[in-house]
Ligand binder design. Structure first.
Ligand SMILES: Cc1ncc(COP(=O)(O)O)c(C=O)c1O
Length: 460
């Protein structure tokens, strides 16, 4: 794993204003005459090393943001040095070939057949947006409409279904695409936090133009995976596009032990897979996979200065017609290097190790009366709460203790809300962390909880 920080802490101590002031002090004013590459790099390195986040620390466990693999970092630097772009053949022939190779490999891992296709995007948010654009235009085409030229108002009463735990980017995509956030129908989840197919079935019968069912394979907090085969059958029955947001959960395909969790991915029309989450890539390494290359048709473009039709007929084409971007950096290069270096088995071992660490953390939390375990482990996250003696103070104590750990620079843990209650979260994506690190991390949380409890009680 690659680390830049030298502070020995997961995050710098102090307040955000301290970091801002220190970073600006080191950078200094914009010079009239440059200070030279060595001095410039030294300054930037100092800022990042002394005031940055250290994801290689075993006490960095807040977000779906892993320490990147050194091989991926090296390949990414190589890709940057080449500065190829993927929009046209002549802006990056090798980069395009590498992306084709990675997309085919990932599509095969998902269970898709040879018709499948895909494209890298700048993140899961953008992969979800692109998928919903394709879904919107496919729904319009089924009604004989062309929203690309007529506008989305032509589409009568569009509706999009997703679980109440779906990532917020689904609603935001609907807003951006003119479908409107009001068109999003959150479907309730069962006791395992998976979308309920029976509820979806009755909601689908309630009317409207069903644009898409968005299943989540790996909810952000709990890692829960919606029942993909059942949802696929319902989407098919109602003529809706099935998108699976597997931004977090896709990485399960690398593990022989966990791959069964995401069975049914290949029943989808499209899948979001983020290798900058489970995949240990520097951001961004998000891929939107589609069941068939023909599904990219709404993005098709022939532009005189990039890919004129006669060039395309001769095979001189890039990936402009698969993406909302024009210039597009070769993010697939680092993924190709990683897949080759580690193979499926090597990545699977990293997934299994993080899953094992999450199971261990959950057991420690469940056995500790200072904590309440809020949900079981599916992938690599553990949701829990610190339990103050006075339950009515729990939300404030949990919020404060996390900020106190941040301010001390001691531990970087996640925060979320479950059933309107403030919770803490460990997102364990550092395969080099040890069981003893988890014991020490939870001791820090317990101690910060007890201090926060005293402060909140004192203020009450
Ligand atoms: C389930 C899910 N989908 C989408 C996203 C968005 O991904 P990104 O941050 O790469 O845009 C996230 C981010 O955590 C996520 O957990």
């Amino acid at each position: 794993m690659f680390a830049v920080s030298s502070s020995g802490r997961p995050i710098p101590p102090g307040r955000p204003t301290d970091v801002l002031a220190e970073a600006h002090r080191v950078l200094g004013d914009l010079p009239e005459r440059g200070i030279g590459a060595d001095a410039a790099l030294a300054r930037v390195t100092t800022v990042l090393a002394d005031w940055g986040v250290d994801l290689a620390s075993p006490f960095a466990a807040a977000h779906l943001q892993p320490p990147p693999l050194a091989v991926a970092v090296a390949a990414d630097a190589l890709a940057s040095a080449g500065n190829a772009s993927l929009d046209t053949y002549d802006s990056g022939p090798a980069a395009i070939a590498v992306e084709r190779w990675v997309v085919a490999a990932l599509a095969r891992l998902a269970g898709f057949d040879a018709d499948a296709d895909g494209v890298f995007t700048p993140g899961g948010t953008l992969s979800n947006l692109t998928a919903l654009l394709l879904a919107r235009d496919a729904a319009a085409a089924r009604l004989g409409l062309d929203v690309r030229s007529e506008g989305v108002a032509a589409l009568p009463d569009p509706v999009v279904f997703c679980s109440e735990l779906a990532h917020f980017s689904v609603a935001r995509a609907c807003a951006a695409l003119g479908i409107g956030e009001h068109a999003v129908r959150p479907v309730s989840v069962d006791s395992h936090r998976r979308m309920r197919p029976d509820t979806l079935a009755s909601m689908l019968r309630a009317g409207g133009t069903p644009v898409a069912v968005v299943a989540t394979a790996g909810t952000t907090d709990f890692g829960s995976v919606d029942p993909l085969p059942e949802l696929a059958a319902l989407a098919r029955e109602h003529g809706a596009w099935l998108h699976v947001d597997a931004a977090y959960g896709f990485g399960a395909v690398f593990s022989a032990k966990l791959a069964g969790l995401v069975d049914g991915l290949a029943l989808a029309d499209s899948v979001t897979a983020d290798l900058h989450k489970i995949g240990w890539q520097p951001a961004a390494a998000s891929v939107l996979l589609v069941r068939s290359a023909s599904l990219f048709a709404p993005l098709e473009r022939s532009v005189a200065y990039l890919n004129p039709e006669d060039d395309r007929v001769e095979g001189y084409d890039g990936t402009l017609g698969r993406s909302l971007q024009t210039t597009r950096r070769p993010d697939a290069v680092k993924v190709a290097a990683t897949l080759l270096a580690l193979g499926r088995e090597g990545l699977g071992a990293l997934v299994d190790r993080c899953h094992e660490l999450a199971g261990h953390a959950a057991a420690l939390i469940a056995a500790d009366p200072a904590f309440e375990l809020v949900g079981g482990v599916t992938l690599t996250t553990v949701v829990f709460r610190y339990r103050p003696a006075d339950e009515s103070l729990a939300d404030e104590v949990n919020a404060r203790l996390r900020r106190a750990l941040l301010r001390a620079g001691e531990a970087l843990i996640g925060r979320t809300e479950v059933d309107k209650v403030t919770c803490l979260k460990l997102t364990l994506l550092n395969p080099n962390a040890r069981e003893a690190d988890l014991v020490a991390l939870l001791a820090l949380v317990r101690e910060a909880g007890s201090t926060a409890e005293r402060l909140v009680e004192g203020a009450a």
